[in-house]
Design a protein around this ligand. Structure first.
Ligand code: C2O
Ligand code: CU
Ligand code: CU
Length: 484
C-alpha cells in the first residue's frame, strides 16, 4: 500500500533550497493593481514558476497574474472594492474572497452564489470590506486541483489608521507536492488520502519560493501576517530566539497573547498576525521551524539579521492592540443552539505520524468512502465536490438571530472548519473557555474536539460551511447554512 508513503513528507524535499543565499523581500510587487484605488484586474492562467530555487527546474502552475502567489490585493476598510477576474484557464473557475464578510452574490461559490466563470469569460466582484485584516483569495471550482496548482493570493484590508510598526510583512505559506522533475504531482482526489490527512505535499514555499532566509534588522518591530494557503498541511511554527505575540486570527484582532507552548498553530486557510520584536543579535540567524507532524520538523525559513546595530536602543513599548473590527456581538441569553457533528474518515491517525498504526488491519471505520461513496459527513449528510446549485441547507437561521453552534469532531483527524460570510466568536474548546476574545472564520479542530462558536446570522444567503482540507471538503465534509 504505497499510497501511504506518498502521504509522508520527504524531509529531503523540504530542505530543497536555492543555489546561493537568496534574500527576497517579503512583500510581492503589485502587478494587478489597476488605475483606481481598490480596483484590480486579476487574470487566472497557466504560468511557470521557480518554486524551489534557481538550481531546480521550473514548475508549470496555474496562477493569478502569472505569479506565485498571485497579486497581493490591498483594499481599504469601508471603501468599495471592484475586482475583475478574467478566466484564461481551459476550465471554469470562480474566486472566493476567504474571510471577507461580503454580500452572498460576491462569495464565489459556483452554482450556489454565482454562475461559474467560463474559459475566456470574466466576472466583476464588488463589495465593501467591513473589516481590516489579513484575508486571501482562491478558486472555489475544481478547488482541489486549482488551488493545488497554484491559484491563490493574499488580501490585505488596511486599517483606517496605520498601525505603528517598522515593517508590515506577509508570508503566504504554501505546500506543494512536486515530482523530481519539478512538476506538480498528479493524482488529485486520491480516495485514500481524502479519508485521511488530505493531500499533504513535500515542498513548502514562502511567498512562492522555498526560502532559506528572510532579512531583518535588529531592533525592528515587525507585523508579520501569516497565511496558510496549503491544501492540507497543518503548521505549528516556532520562532527560535523570539517571542511572537498573536494580535489577530483570521483577520480579526484578538487580545495580544503569547502562543500556547510557543507554537503558532496554522491550519489550512487560517491567518495569524504576529507582532515580532527583533531582539536577536546582528549578524545571526534564527530558525522558523514547523514541527506540527511528529518527527517531521523542518525549517520554513530563518530570520537573517544583517550586521548593522539595532535601529533603536530599547525595543518599542507602544501598545500592540490592533483596532477591533465592527463585528456584531451575539446576544447569548437569546441565542439559538445547534449542533454540527463531523463524522467519517479512517480510524486512528490524527497527525500523519499516527497513520502508520492503521495499516495493520481493521483500519476502516464504518467503511465510509470505500464503496465509492463519500468519506465524510456532517450531521449524517454528505455534500461532495465544490459548490453547486440546489444544495439543501442543513440549518436555516432567521436573519439577525444569535446562534451558538457546538461542533463535535467525532473523527480521528484534524479539520480546519470554515464558515463563509461570517466571523465566529470562539467560546470554548472541550469545555474550557477560550480566552483573548478570538474571532475566526476557520476553526482548527483536533480529533475528538468539541468547539463552541457564536455569531449573529446577519448576512442573508446560503453560506458554505466546510473543512478547508480540500480533499475532505470534496469527499463530504461540507454543508450549507442558510440565513433568511
Ligand atoms: Cu477558503 Cu469555502 O473557502
Ligand atoms: Cu471562505
Ligand atoms: Cu477535514
Amino acid at each position: 500500500m504505497s499510497t501511504e508513503s506518498n502521504n509522508l513528507v520527504s524531509r529531503r524535499g523540504l530542505l530543497r533550497t536555492g543555489a546561493g543565499l537568496l534574500l527576497t523581500t517579503a512583500l510581492p510587487p503589485l502587478p494587478g493593481h489597476a488605475a483606481g484605488l481598490n480596483e484590480y484586474r486579476i487574470v487566472a492562467a497557466p504560468a511557470r514558476a521557480r518554486l524551489a530555487g534557481a538550481s531546480h527546474p521550473e514548475t508549470d502552475v496555474w496562477a493569478y497574474d502569472g505569479t506565485i502567489p498571485g497579486s497581493l490585493v490591498r483594499l481599504r476598510q469601508g471603501e468599495k472594492a471592484r475586482l475583475v477576474v478574467e478566466n484564461r484557464l481551459d476550465q471554469e473557475t470562480t474566486v472566493h474572497w476567504h474571510g471577507i464578510r461580503l454580500p452572498n452574490a460576491m462569495d464565489g461559490v459556483p452554482g450556489l452564489t454565482q454562475p461559474p466563470i467560463k474559459p475566456g469569460g470574466s466576472f466583476v466582484y464588488e463589495f465593501t470590506p467591513p473589516d481590516a485584516g489579513t484575508f486571501w483569495y482562491h478558486p472555489h471550482a475544481n478547488s482541489l486541483e486549482q488551488l493545488g496548482r497554484g491559484l491563490a493570493g493574499a488580501v490585505i484590508v488596511e486599517e483606517r489608521q496605520p498601525v505603528a510598526v517598522d515593517q508590515d510583512l506577509l508570508w503566504l505559506l504554501t505546500d506543494w507536492r512536486l515530482t523530481d522533475e519539478g512538476g506538480i504531482a498528479s493524482g488529485f482526489g486520491n480516495r485514500m488520502e481524502a479519508a485521511m490527512s488530505g493531500r499533504v505535499g513535500n515542498t513548502v514555499t514562502l511567498n512562492g519560493q522555498v526560502s532559506e532566509a528572510e532579512p531583518v534588522r535588529a531592533g525592528e518591530r515587525i507585523r508579520l501576517r501569516l497565511v496558510n494557503g496549503s491544501l492540507a498541511r497543518i503548521m505549528a511554527l516556532r520562532f527560535e530566539g523570539h517571542r511572537p505575540l498573536i494580535v489577530a486570527i483570521d483577520g480579526q484582532p484578538c487580545d495580544p497573547h503569547v502562543p500556547e507552548r510557543g507554537r503558532i498553530l496554522l491550519g489550512p486557510a487560517m491567518r495569524i498576525d504576529l507582532m515580532l520584536d527583533m531582539e536577536g543579535e546582528p549578524g545571526r540567524r534564527y530558525g522558523v521551524i514547523d514541527d506540527f507532524y511528529d518527527g517531521l520538523s523542518y525549517p520554513v525559513t530563518q530570520l537573517a539579521y544583517d550586521d548593522r546595530p539595532p535601529i533603536r536602543e530599547h525595543l518599542l513599548d507602544t501598545p500592540l492592540d490592533l483596532p477591533r473590527n465592527p463585528l456584531p456581538e451575539p446576544d447569548f441569553p437569546a441565542a439559538e443552539r445547534h449542533t454540527l457533528t463531523l463524522q467519517g474518515g479512517m480510524m486512528g491517525g490524527g497527525a500523519m505520524a499516527g497513520a502508520g498504526g492503521m495499516m495493520g488491519g481493521g483500519m476502516m471505520h464504518g467503511m465510509m468512502g470505500m464503496g465509492g461513496g463519500p468519506a465524510w459527513a456532517i450531521n449524517g449528510m454528505s455534500m461532495t465536490g465544490d459548490g453547486h446549485a440546489g444544495m439543501k441547507p442543513a440549518l436555516t437561521f432567521v436573519r439577525g438571530r444569535s446562534i451558538i453552534l457546538a461542533m463535535h469532531n467525532e473523527t480521528a483527524w484534524w479539520h480546519p472548519m470554515h464558515f463563509h460570510g461570517h466571523s465566529l466568536a470562539v467560546l470554548s474548546r472541550n469545555g474550557m473557555s477560550v480566552p483573548h476574545r478570538q474571532w475566526q472564520d476557520t476553526v482548527l479542530m483536533a480529533p475528538k474536539d468539541v468547539v463552541e462558536v457564536a455569531f449573529v446570522a446577519d448576512n442573508p444567503g446560503d453560506w458554505m460551511l466546510h473543512c478547508h482540507v480540500v480533499d475532505h471538503q470534496m469527499a463530504g465534509l461540507m454543508t450549507v447554512l442558510r440565513v433568511a
